[in-house]
Write a protein that binds this ligand. Structure first.
Ligand SMILES: Cc1cc2nc3c(=O)[nH]c(=O)nc-3n(C[C@H](O)[C@H](O)[C@H](O)COP(=O)(O)OP(=O)(O)OC[C@H]3O[C@@H](n4cnc5c(N)ncnc54)[C@H](O)[C@@H]3O)c2cc1C
Length: 419
């Protein structure tokens, strides 16, 4: 097995494959630890994947726990604890991606995968007769090399070089986000109760004093991290892939000014310069398996259109893909193996297709500032409604059973045509 890319998707698929006894080679273009544009926020859905992997998350190792979301908008401020569910833990975590991805990659190696860093995969090797992917070509420090295997997993992130090379192009009717983040050091202890216990989500970005200045497009977040750091970022989402004229770094800089008094920081406290990237959403590439090539994580466009979360889905897709691959490789090449491999896209569609379709509708609605304004102003003060919205937006509901909110969301997701 060849896995291209050792981000959360690649490291997870590699660890699960190695645990299943599959000979796994991971090719990664950078060397760990490496930086990545990310909010570093892990919801309970992502924590569940860490637990499936058996990766420990002790606070002594730099992980920071949080209780839920603190949402700001329309002059309101609301605390929404992560829901208590049978299917998910009830806490989230933060850890800088430099460390998270390093830990995940090391975990895959400890499980038995072979990781080779500083290797940039340049394209697939195709079987002339069938067009099937039979390996990859790569630029290594020693020069150009070819690697061959019965299957290749593309875990190469939003650039999706391998998927593109075999014609699995971006679907332009799927939402795409853009976001930029910076990391700041808090020089003073927090002034507001519980400020470090919540992941803050800001539905309005103010240019100037909060509630008085001008409203800017997009949303923002502040995710506290261990060691007196905060990850602060802004982003926006559009219902179709399109080029944006917004200067996100300027947006972030202005927002840091308006947020400063709430947190006691200034732009001088930025310790890690802004980084930005696109967020491919709602299965914007497919098929997730065909002719020897499996897509996982951002390479298959699996960021949630509701909240921009991608790590949990990258890891979930890695886990499910590994299961299908292990079953497939246990059979001789041919129809039986292909049938086992196809269970991966089928299961992903069943688990997330309806939910992502609802997300596409959600993005279309919030693209209208007036709809967003009404929802923020009249929705946020209604705690029961917001509990439902929290479950929907963070994809934290019981797929079977649960309370009336879980049942409502599960029914809607089942009714929506799978993305
Ligand atoms: C600003 C921002 C904030 C975000 N905040 C959050 C958040 O708080 N929580 C959350 O859940 N999600 C967040 N996301 C989304 C999240 O970062 C992604 O969904 C997630 O990283 C996807 O994981 P992945 O493994 O699929 O891809 P990646 O993390 O991008 O990993 C891909 C790996 O492949 C390697 N690679 C790429 N091309 C090649 C090649 N040709 N050869 C070899 N190796 C290659 C890369 O070096 C990289 O290591 C955010 C995204 C952005 C842009």
């Amino acid at each position: 097995m060849i896995v291209v890319g050792a981000g959360p998707a690649g490291a997870t698929v590699a660890a699960h494959l190695a645990n299943a006894g599959v000979d796994t080679l991971v090719l990664e273009k950078s060397a760990f630890p490496r930086a990545k544009a990310c909010g570093d926020g892990l919801t309970p859905r992502a924590v569940r994947e860490l637990i499936y992997l058996g990766l420990p998350f002790a606070e002594a190792d730099g992980w920071m726990r949080n209780r839920g979301l603190r949402v700001f908008g329309g002059g309101h401020e609301l605390e929404l604890p992560w829901p208590a569910l049978a299917s998910f833990p009830d806490f989230g975590l933060t850890l800088p991606r430099e460390e998270l991805d390093f830990k995940l990659a090391r975990h895959a190696v400890r499980a038995g995968a072979q990781l080779v860093e500083n290797v940039t995969v340049t394209g697939p090797l195709l079987d002339d007769a069938s067009g099937r992917v039979i390996g990859v070509a790569a630029a290594t420090p020693e020069g150009l090399r070819e690697f061959r295997a019965p299957l290749v997993v593309a875990a190469d992130g939003v650039s999706a070089r391998l998927a593109t090379a075999v014609g699995r192009l971006k679907k332009t009717n799927r939402p795409v986000g853009v976001a930029v983040r910076a990391r700041l050091r808090l020089r003073r202890p927090p002034t507001r109760p519980g400020q470090l216990e919540w992941m803050e989500s800001h539905l309005e970005l103010w240019d100037g004093p909060r509630q008085e200045g001008k409203l800017m497009p997009g949303y923002g977040w502040v995710f506290p991290e261990a060691g007196g750091l905060v990850n602060v970022g802004v982003g926006s989402v559009a219902s179709r892939a399109q080029s944006s004229k917004v200067n996100y770094r300027r947006l972030l800089s202005k927002w840091l000014d308006s947020l400063g008094p709430l947190w006691g920081f200034t732009e001088e406290d930025v310790v890690d310069q802004p980084r930005s990237a696109a967020l491919p959403m709602a299965f914007n590439r497919g098929p997730l398996y065909a002719r020897g090539l499996v897509l996982v994580g951002d390479a298959g466009g699996m960021v949630s259109p509701f909240d921009g979360e991608g790590i949990a889905y990258a890891m979930q897709s890695g886990r499910i893909a590994a299961g299908a691959i292990a079953q497939g490789l246990a059979r001789p090449p041919g129809a039986g193996r292909e049938a086992a491999l196809r269970t991966y896209p089928e299961l992903m569609k069943e688990l997330l297709g309806g939910y992502f379709s609802l997300g596409r509708v959600f993005v279309k609605l919030i693209e209208h500032p007036s709809v967003m304004r009404v929802c923020t102003r009249y929705g946020l003060p209604r705690p029961t409604l917001m509990k439902l919205v929290m479950k929907l937006l963070s994809d934290l509901y019981e797929p079977r059973g649960g309370d009336w909110m879980d049942r409502t969301i599960a029914t809607l997701a089942r009714m929506a045509p799978a993305a």
